[in-house]
Design a protein around this ligand. Structure first.
Ligand code: NOJ
Length: 541
């Protein structure tokens, strides 16, 4: 496979959630050797790169997004030698490796935070975080009105009376990015992993590092588990101008290494022009397009989002980065099984309205085929190639997402999309590991989604992804350009190179243009060769 330094511009990148991908030692928690052992599968599927969610030492209060040591591997997942082996093996197979970087906050078990707790107010140790005195006569009121993304207030008080800021869990204190020591430390962490051969970093909460200097009160209701903030002046904790100079300094470091090392922003920012500022030529390379993930299942909605994002990224010379699922959102095979227009859900429980699973999968396959036909880069989330749904009936007492407790059980949280993968229908833990153990329960339906039930089976979701990735590469779709085509209302079609990508969102079947040769279809066409509702077709023109 030819490789250039700009490999990322059209790459398909597969997100591995290490806890839930493959468990080599049978403790019920996935690990790095498990991932390494399964890399040939990802090669066969046809992706270009993997992104690994955090595997660093961590008390795991937020599934590893609470990092205690940025230069190590949590013993639950292996050790540094295992990380080196994974990177080497991936490269051997022609796969790039992106790791997660969590710079907005550390774990409260990080040595810096322990030192801050042991030190006095006003000390250099506390200056690495955001400590403040409280308000009110005795300082018993928090320093401002900010709320945690996981629910409840974003401040915690210490016995000595000071408060510290945590935009996420209480165990995730926010770092102070106006402190040069913090900046220097992360430059060094970047070099540590670049030196070990990683090809890039997915930057967690990239829009959050810099807070408005006065920590101004913010009285707008904040949505638990977030999502895109309404467009308008950014809130004082998100998308502040100061974040950009940080990424420019990181870019300089990355550019000093060979092979095209990249930064990808997890930034819940809109409108598209605002998000595109993260991918200006001297900043990051990619930013997840969450507006696409959030768009309603409708032609006009998707067309508007696609147009806006292509234009905004074009204006700064970047490609667009499409995504439909990840470890923070309800899987798209489930999301799309609810009526169009259903507001964004933050987890689903047994007592909640249940999705139409067949409809969800049908639409998810169509959505994926549309996404993979678009020019630019695309991210896949582990298990979507199996058509995996969300676990929507998980018992509440096994939930681990801190948002479940912190929201006072108002939001069920993200465990439902994090369930360990099924590889073999008839094996213990469906082949996730050698034993029955699984850190979250796997539903009985997992057997029908298992990889060994799908590989080589015509029409399976795995075969659809496999074929789509091969055709996408063969026709150069990622590096192509999009031109909208005229189709009946209720459908949406664009041309990318010599391929027509047509999706039918409404009831009446849509005929393909004369002479079009079907390359791939998310479901069979009707007897007259027309595209039924909730189906996407790729056809050669
Ligand atoms: C975004 C991550 O994707 C999410 O899983 C995590 O909880 C928060 N950032 C906090 O790190």
């Amino acid at each position: 496979m030819p490789r250039t330094d700009a490999w990322w511009r059209d790459a398909v990148i597969y997100q591995v959630y290490p806890r839930s991908f493959a468990d080599s030692d049978g403790d019920g928690m996935g690990d790095l050797p498990g991932i390494t052992g399964r890399l040939p599968h990802l090669r066969e599927l046809g992706v270009d790169a993997v992104w690994l969610s955090p595997f660093y030492p961590s008390p795991q209060h937020d599934a590893g997004y609470d990092v205690a040591d940025y230069r190590g591997v949590d013993p639950r997942f292996g050790d540094l030698g295992d990380a080196d082996k994974l990177i080497a093996e991936a490269h051997q197979l022609g796969l790039k490796v992106i790791v997660d970087l969590v710079p907005n906050h550390t774990s409260d078990e990080h040595e810096w935070f322990r030192a801050a707790l042991a030190a006095a107010p006003g000390s250099p140790e506390r200056e690495r975080y955001i400590f403040r005195d409280g308000r009110g006569a005795d300082g018993s009121e928090p320093p401002n009105s900010w709320q945690s993304v996981f629910g409840g207030r974003a401040w915690e008080r210490l016995p000595d009376g000071q408060w510290y800021l945590h935009l996420f869990d209480v165990s995730q204190p926010d770092l102070n990015w106006s402190n040069p020591e913090v900046r220097a430390e992360f430059l060094d962490v970047l070099r540590f992993w670049l030196g070990r051969g990683v090809d890039g970093f997915r930057v967690d909460v990239a829009h959050g590092l810099v807070k408005d200097g006065d920590l101004t009160d913010w009285t707008q209701p904040s949505v638990i588990l977030g999502g895109l903030e309404p467009a308008g002046p950014p809130p004082p904790m998100w998308d502040q101008e100061g974040v950009h100079e940080i990424y420019r300094s990181w870019r300089e470091v990355l550019d000093g290494y060979e092979g095209g090392r990249i930064l990808v922003a997890e930034a819940w920012v809109q409108p598209a022009e605002r998000l595109a500022r993260y991918v200006r030529p001297d900043e990051m390379h990619q930013a997840f397009n969450f507006e696409y993930l959030d768009a309603a299942w409708s032609g006009p909605a998707l067309r508007a989002v696609i147009d806006k994002n292509l234009a905004a990224n074009d204006a700064v010379g970047a490609t667009t980065t499409w995504v439909l699922s990840n470890h923070d959102v309800v899987r798209h095979a489930t999301r799309l099984g609810y009526p169009v227009g259903t507001p964004r859900q933050h987890g689903i429980g047994a007592g909640d309205p249940q999705p139409d699973a067949a409809l969800g999968l049908r639409r998810a396959r169509a959505a994926t085929l549309q996404m993979l036909g678009l020019p630019g880069s695309a991210y896949l989330y582990q298990g979507e190639e199996l058509g995996l749904p969300e676990h929507t009936t998980m018992p509440d007492d096994v939930r681990q997402d801190p948002a479940w407790e912190r929201s006072g059980h108002a939001e069920r949280g993200r465990d439902g999309c994090r369930v360990p993968l099924p590889w073999e229908a008839d094996a213990p833990s469906y082949g996730f590991g050698p034993t029955d153990a699984s850190w979250l329960p796997q539903p009985a339906a997992w057997s029908e989604y298992a990889l060994d039930r799908q590989q080589g089976v015509a029409g399976s979701t795995w075969e659809l992804y496999h074929a789509a990735l091969g055709l996408r590469r063969g026709h150069g779709l990622g590096a192509g350009a999009l031109t909208w085509q005229d189709v009946p209302a209720g459908a949406l079609a664009f041309r990318n190179g010599d391929v027509l990508v047509l999706t039918n969102f409404e009831a009446a079947p849509v005929a393909l243009p004369a002479g079009a040769r079907v390359l791939l279809s998310s479901e069979p066409l009707d007897d007259d060769g027309r595209v039924p509702v909730d189906v996407t077709v790729w056809a050669a023109l």
